[in-house]
Design a protein around this ligand. Structure first.
Ligand code: PMP
Length: 414
């Protein structure tokens, strides 16, 4: 049963049992209505309440307000946002700079590539607007430990790449991935947005799919934050987009449907057009309300942690840090057995990627873990190794069980 396993999968990932129990009941008979929630209209009052609760809770947790930010629920995963930010923010650039746009300019989009996901996002931008309009500010494959083949695992100090940025007024947006799920690399808190934000004209976009709600962040510094729900927030099927209202207003000034501005600015497909989705209250088409419900239950549970003096997110952050520390400590203690892949200062608190040095031992380690109920430890197929995903719903108890296994495994080998 659930109590006997600890799940460290990278996404979809563990959810609180109480959330799943409530959702399970709702799948048959939602709140005594006699209907399953998946049978209810997305436009019913009941669905409206579910959406509103999820939006309000998300804003409250992230310390943003409806005055400054809009929350959108969209389908298509984090991957759809790779495209959506390009379409919308080139349009925003053209609306802000009509004369330059009419003269055939379109600004550049800029990418900090620090792992597989930001690399994929940059590739999509290249496909949509042409390689020559994508400025790769940083490719961290060039900065891994000296002497090793080019691969992700480190992020250089901003002094190394700051000079590659365009001026904010020439930039449609700058994009980074806050936590690289496959490579186990996370930007230290407050970085790089503090550096990027020095130019007030620059719009910062962050993919927080795998570390959203695991630490506090200053929403005012981001133009767009997006996150697929299936890691720290809920089930697969909805993506949360946190959009700054000044950008939304600018986009809305282009018309209620995506405009054709100049031949160089691609027309945004309607399902990605932020003002269209916003105007419809995220219900331009049939949104999977059941997934929004699960997200809302998780958010409500997180908010219950609110205590005088310390916000829910600050408490979650402390817990995430503690769990990550327990894991890295044991991996470092047995450094002859285990090798943590990323450089120390950018180790992810969410996805702990390591190798077992002895050849052939990783399969043995994973199998041994499965036998005692420690599941989901296999690294991503593109990089191999072991990956422990330490999302919000992974309890301290589960982490302690895994720490004990890591200890015992190392002692047997030593
Ligand atoms: N960004 C990051 C950081 C991710 O971890 C993932 C998926 N694991 C994605 C984007 C893509 O998300 P999706 O599969 O929801 O499209």
């Amino acid at each position: 049963d659930r109590a006997s396993v600890a799940y460290f999968g990278a996404g979809p990932s563990a959810l609180p049992t109480s959330v799943l129990e409530t959702a399970a009941a709702s799948l048959i008979n939602h709140n005594g209505s006699g209907l399953s929630l998946v049978e209810q209209s997305h436009r019913s009052a009941l669905s409206g309440q579910i959406l509103q609760n999820a939006k309000d809770s998300f804003l409250k947790i992230t310390n943003a307000t409806a005055d400054t930010h809009t929350v959108l629920f969209m389908a298509g995963g984090g991957t759809l946002q790779f495209s959506a930010v390009v379409y919308n923010l080139f349009t925003a650039w053209a609306l802000k700079n009509p004369e330059r746009a009419q003269n055939g300019e379109r600004g550049a989009c800029e990418y900090l590539i620090t792992g597989g996901w930001s690399s994929k996002a940059a590739d999509e931008a290249k496909r949509l607007v042409g390689e020559e309009n994508v400025n790769v500010v940083l490719d961290s494959r060039n900065y891994h430990h000296a002497g090793e083949a080019k691969k992700f695992g480190n992020i250089p100090d901003s002094e190394e790449w700051k000079g590659n940025l365009k001026a904010g007024k020439d930039s449609a947006f700058v994009y980074f991935c806050d936590n690289e799920t496959v490579d186990g690399v996370e930007f230290p808190k407050g970085s790089p947005v503090d550096v990027l934000g020095e130019d007030p004209d620059r719009i910062v976009v962050a993919d927080m799919s795998s570390n959203i709600l695991s630490r506090t962040f200053d929403a005012s510094k981001f133009g767009v934050v997006f996150a697929g729900a299936q890691k720290n927030v809920g089930s697969t099927g909805v993506t949360i987009v946190l959009l700054r209202n000044d950008i939304l207003s600018l986009l809305a000034s282009g018309g209620s449907l995506p405009p054709k501005l100049t031949p160089l600015i691609p027309v945004t497909p309607v399902m990605m057009h932020y003002p269209t989705i916003s105007k419809a209250g995220s219900l331009y088409n049939t949104l999977p309300i059941f997934d929004v419900y699960i997200a809302g239950l998780t958010l409500t549970k997180l908010l219950q942690r609110d205590e005088s003096g310390k916000t829910a997110l600050a408490q979650q952050e402390a817990e995430s840090d503690l769990k990550a520390k327990l894991l890295y400590d044991v991996l470092d203690k047995y450094e002859n057995i285990y090798h943590v892949v990323p450089a120390k200062k950018v180790r992810s608190r969410m996805n702990i990627c390591f190798r077992i040095k002895a050849p052939g031992d990783e399969a043995k380690f994973i199998k041994g873990g499965e036998e005692i109920g420690l599941l989901g430890l296999k690294g991503h197929r593109s990089v191999g190794g072991i990956r422990i995903s330490n999302y919000n719903a992974v309890g301290v108890d589960s982490v302690k069980k895994l720490v004990q296994y890591l200890e015992e495994y190392a002692k047997v080998v030593l």
